[in-house]
Design a binder for this molecule. Structure first.
Ligand code: ADP
Ligand code: MG
Length: 355
């Protein structure tokens, strides 16, 4: 007869679906009990999805039966812990704003702002009214991307007026924080400013407010994401950055604030030669799609690596506006469509007004 320890050792051969790590090292196996004619294995599901639990359950049953020769294997799955909210999940809606979409990435330089700005413009091109809130205090680039050289944001009585560019209403936290300030002082101030931005900015009627989060998925980003009632999150990655863990952390961050993950977009995915049209996959593309499938979240599409995308951004006229009929703009239009599809699936239909 196998001992509980032997069974536990044997369960190290059961991998968490989609991972190379096993369920024992993940801490999922809570208890193994060996009776005379039944083996009971208790699993703590953590945040695992139902399909993953079903797969694990079947694998455990098979392994334990094979090892012990006992046909009756009971797998008990503990009730999942209630979702952890560091703060009550109820946040005041922003008057006039229908859907807030946060754009996040595991690290900087993956094109998060480029995607946020062009996604906002692609939604705008579909006839929606869109605002952009640049919450990336470490590298506020939205004003530059939109060609806003000087802040025209001002207050009007007790309301803050956003800036306007290319038909978007936009505001950047970076413009309100002096550059010289040490980052350590910024935290509380950022939160205060954000609360004010959500509450006091005169956004008007918006179908979407796109939030460009600071890079990373740590506490700072979580705190920001927590301040707004998000309709969903978009995670930006690149083929070089295809780290499942990064995306998982992004998913966890959105889970913690109770926001659905709308999906992953792979930026700088492939390169199309401007002279010969040859498509090359410099970094080996497709990782984003695989990763999305593994993490069981939607894949929202891929944006090519293209000099024109960078140049138009540097010029302050992003590609969706600079070349609205080009292939790059089409890639962003497809992204916007998938984002709207995902929102709709989650009951956040834009029900856009016709502007
Ligand atoms: N698809 C792309 N093709 C070419 N250059 C890109 C693309 N996406 C982003 N870039 C460039 O990469 C740099 C980093 O992009 P940015 O959007 O500022 O990243 P992040 O906000 O993640 O730090 C910028 O110079 C930007 O113009
Ligand atoms: Mg940025």
């Amino acid at each position: 007869m196998a001992s509980p320890q032997e069974i536990l050792n044997d369960l190290k051969n059961v991998n968490y679906p989609g991972y190379s790590r096993d369920i024992v090292s993940f801490g999922m196996v809570r208890d193994v009990e060996v009776g005379t004619d039944v083996v009971t294995v208790t699993l703590a599901p953590g945040g695992a999805r139902e399909e993953a639990i079903a797969t694990i359950r079947a694998d455990v049953e098979k392994r334990v039966a094979a090892l012990t020769g006992i046909a009756r294997v009971e797998v008990v799955v503990e009730a999942p812990p209630p979702p952890r909210h560091r703060e009550p999940p109820r946040r005041a809606d922003i008057p006039g704003v229908r859907n807030i979409i946060a754009v996040a990435s595991g690290k900087g330089g993956v094109g998060k702002s480029t995607v946020a700005v062009n996604l906002a413009l692609a939604l705008k091109a579909k006839g929606r009214s869109v605002g952009l809130l640049d919450a990336d205090v470490y590298g506020p680039s939205v004003p530059l991307l939109l060609g806003i050289v000087e802040s025209t944001a001002g207050s009007d009585g007790d309301r803050i007026q956003p800036m306007h560019a290319h038909g978007l209403a936009a505001i950047s936290l970076g413009l309100f924080i002096s550059r010289g300030q040490p980052v350590i002082w910024r935290g509380p101030m950022i939160n205060k400013l954000l609360t004010q931005f959500f509450r006091d900015v005169d956004w008007g009627e918006l179908d979407y407010l796109v939030l460009d989060l600071p890079p990373g998925t740590g506490d700072a980003q979580l705190t920001i994401a927590q301040q707004a009632p998000l309709a969903g999150g978009v995670i930006v990655t690149t083929p070089q950055d295809v780290a499942l863990l990064d995306v998982e952390r992004g998913i966890q961050m959105f889970n913690q604030v109770g926001a659905p993950v709308l999906g992953v977009v792979e930026n700088m995915s492939y390169h199309v030669c401007t002279s010969c049209g040859h498509r090359s996959e410099i970094f080996g593309h497709g990782g984003g799609a695989r990763m999305a499938a593994k993490s069981d979240i939607p894949f929202l599409g891929e944006i090519p690596l293209a000099r024109r995308i960078r140049e138009t951004s540097d010029d302050g006229v992003p590609i969706v506006v600079a070349a609205p009929d080009g292939d790059h703009a089409k890639a962003f239009a497809a992204l916007a469509t998938r984002v709207e599809e995902q929102l709709e699936k989650r009951g956040h239909a834009a029900l856009p007004m016709i502007h």
